[in-house]
Design a protein around this ligand. Structure first.
Ligand code: FE
Length: 196
């Protein structure tokens, strides 16, 4: 078994991008790689798993040099939640540790933003997808008030460069670009400890 499931994941997704593919095909393939990655919880460095007492954290794990995809560890403190927001690119969310709840939103006939369908509870190992074609607006929260949760996100761009939107209850929206909480990224490339 590889010493670095994250590096294996990055390599597999990079190889996927050697070929153009429609979104559904791309998502199906990356979903398979992500399922393998979140099937075990022994690889995320502790410094990239630290909650903040006030704000949820988004630690960059890898950005494709051509910005075709990015990988983020999304760390929830107890009771934390996002505003209602969109992504404007495809995204896959794989639950690593703990649980989170995602409520999809959509516009009604009057242009108001309303909850659409039931909230989904994501358990470790499970994967959820968002995109402008699948449904892109949601609000996500830690399912727990007394402990942190962590999901691994993959986006079809450098999400730290994507201009997207936060929505108010009246349907009005404000632009935002999400930042990264870390100042360094994991060292995936030192293989000196591997046995030949
Ligand atoms: Fe989201």
């Amino acid at each position: 078994m590889s010493a670095s499931p994250l590096r294996d994941f990055v390599v597999a997704v990079t190889q996927d991008f050697a070929q153009d593919a429609p979104e559904a095909q791309r998502l199906a393939s990356v979903r398979g790689h992500l399922a393998t990655l979140v099937a075990r919880d022994d690889w995320l460095p502790d410094e990239l798993a630290q909650p903040h007492p006030e704000f949820y954290r988004q630690y960059l794990l890898h950005a494709d040099p051509l910005e075709r995809f990015s990988v983020v560890s999304f760390v929830w403190g107890p009771g934390q939640r996002t505003p209602v927001h969109d992504h404007c690119v495809w995204g896959l969310i794989g639950m690593l540790r703990g649980e989170e709840i995602a409520q999809p939103f959509g516009h009604d006939a009057d242009g108001r933003l309303v909850a659409q369908g039931p909230a989904q509870r994501l358990l470790p190992g499970q994967i959820e997808a968002v995109s402008p074609t699948l449904g892109d607006i949601h609000q996500v929260s830690n399912a727990f008030d007394d402990r942190s949760s962590i999901s691994i996100h993959v986006y079809g761009a450098n999400i730290g460069a994507v201009h997207r939107w936060v929505y108010a209850a009246d349907g009005s929206r404000k632009p935002f670009v999400s930042g990264y909480s870390n100042t360094s990224v994991p060292n995936l490339w030192d293989r000196s400890k591997e046995t030949a």
